[in-house]
Design a protein around this ligand. Structure first.
Ligand code: RB5
Length: 152
């Protein structure tokens, strides 16, 4: 799978471990940075990954900041993105089964390495259930379209 990954300074160290895991699992990683441990602004990184996922350039994205929240809020501004802030096995799995999440947002400050690895494996292998959940995801897409109407 083609996966874009990005983090701010708070997720910097976790990101390098996640990249190693993704490579071990045989995925193709598109790393958008940040490339130094100096402070940066999470919306800049979320935009790089959000654009790639929204445009279908990559199938999935992973974003890491201190809480996972800022990245998630910013990434969800891009049409076609369903970014989910996950903090355990259940949120990682259900964001795939029910919400067809295509960006996983992780809180580097709150989770240990083993849990993060397990969540990523679950998130990458869990299928979307479709059915009634497809109808709901379609409604999200309609909300995006109606929110875009009237914008120039
Ligand atoms: C950076 O200090 C911090 O605000 C960021 O990593 C993230 O937690 C934002 O949601």
């Amino acid at each position: 799978m083609n996966i874009a990954i990005g983090s701010d300074h708070r997720g910097f160290h976790v990101r390098s471990k996640v990249i190693e895991l993704l490579a071990r699992l045989g995925h193709t990683v598109h790393d958008v940075g940040t490339f130094s441990s100096g402070a940066c602004d999470y919306p800049d990184i979320a935009a790089l990954v959000g654009k790639k996922v929204g445009a279908g350039e990559v199938e999935r994205g992973i974003l890491i900041c201190g809480t996972g929240l800022g990245m998630c809020i910013a990434a969800n501004k891009f049409p076609g993105v369903r970014a989910a802030p996950c903090h355990d096995d259940i949120t990682a799995e259900m964001s795939r089964r029910h919400n067809d999440s295509n960006i996983l947002c992780l809180p580097a400050d709150l989770l240990g390495e083993r849990l993060i690895d397990r969540m990523i494996e679950l998130w990458l292998t869990t299928p979307f259930e479709g059915g009634r959940h497809q109808r709901r995801v379609d409604k999200i897409r309609k909300l995006e379209e109606s929110a875009g109407e009237g914008r120039e």
